[in-house]
Design a protein around this ligand. Structure first.
Ligand SMILES: [Fe+2]
Length: 274
């Protein structure tokens, strides 16, 4: 069984679990048969840990808050990294604490091993945005992208995606839904996007297995998200013939795996209190 469909929860609704090493984590989605998972990890001030062991799966991460020094290099908010399995990398310490979004690859995944997969360390705010490659059916979102990683053997891409404010087509417009042959995964860093399942604000997370019809998506005030496409480095989209109404204002109706705690369905405020 592969990773279950979850679309979507806000990570703020998921409780922390204290680990033996003093860090806390919240696992958002996991493969029941391997240790592949997506989780948020919070390192307390003064935390330190040795390098990942040869038996631990590759670690892909994005710094959400704070600063953590990994292998001697300070990683600030929005730093991205990939630590291949068996690379001997991952020694870390943080003086004041840090929160990381972690995509843990399955131990033994041949495409994530040192020698096949490259170690990556990027300060993503310094990268230029790529605005060149968008599907005309998504023109209303005015998208831009930063590709952070292209996995070996077409094993998947990780990228930042942003859309401008006022990405809602005129009233009465209908839009097609979409489907891919690969999985899609998303964590919302800033802003919000409307989907038929509700309003994905900052902290929203989904993991969508291949072959699931989704969208349309629109954004009133813009967004920044980190996305992955496990199983493909190039996104191929199959568009539906059926067009759907723009989903602004729809109620929160997530798709959740069996056994998901009811508390994960909490709703977060959509408006800033001034
Ligand atoms: Fe998609």
């Amino acid at each position: 069984m592969a990773r279950p469909h979850i679309e979507f929860v806000h990570a703020q609704c998921v409780g922390w679990t204290l680990r033996a090493d003093g860090a806390e984590e919240k696992v958002l989605n996991a493969d029941p048969l391997t240790d592949e998972a997506t989780l948020i990890v919070r390192y307390p001030p003064g935390y330190s840990a040795p390098a990942n062991t040869a038996g631990e799966g590759a670690e892909e991460f994005f710094v959400l808050n704070g600063t953590v020094e990994i292998d001697g290099e300070a990683r600030h908010p929005h730093a991205y990294g990939f630590l291949p399995q068996g690379s001997g990398l991952g020694q870390r310490n943080t003086a004041h604490g840090a929160v990381l979004l972690v995509f843990r690859h399955a131990a033994g995944d041949a495409d994530a091993m040192a020698g096949t997969a490259d170690a990556i360390a990027i300060h993503t705010p310094a990268m230029p945005w790529d605005v060149s490659t968008y599907d005309p059916k998504l023109i209303h979102l005015r998208l831009a992208r930063k590709v952070l990683r292209l996995g070996p053997n077409n094993s998947g891409r990780t990228f930042l995606l942003t859309g401008m404010a006022h990405g809602v087509p005129p009233e009465g417009t209908t839009l097609p839904a979409e489907m891919h042959d690969h999985a899609e995964e998303m964590f919302m860093l800033q802003g919000a996007m409307w989907a038929p399942e509700g309003r994905m604000g900052a902290g929203a997370y989904f993991y969508r297995p291949p072959g699931i019809l989704h969208g349309p998506h629109v954004s009133e005030y813009g967004f920044l998200q980190i996305m992955r496409s496990p199983g493909a480095n190039a996104i191929v989209t199959h568009w539906s013939d059926i067009h759907k109404p723009v989903p602004v204002g729809v109620p929160y109706r997530p798709v959740l795996p069996d056994g998901t705690p009811a508390t994960w369905m909490c709703e977060i405020p959509s408006e800033t209190a001034w």
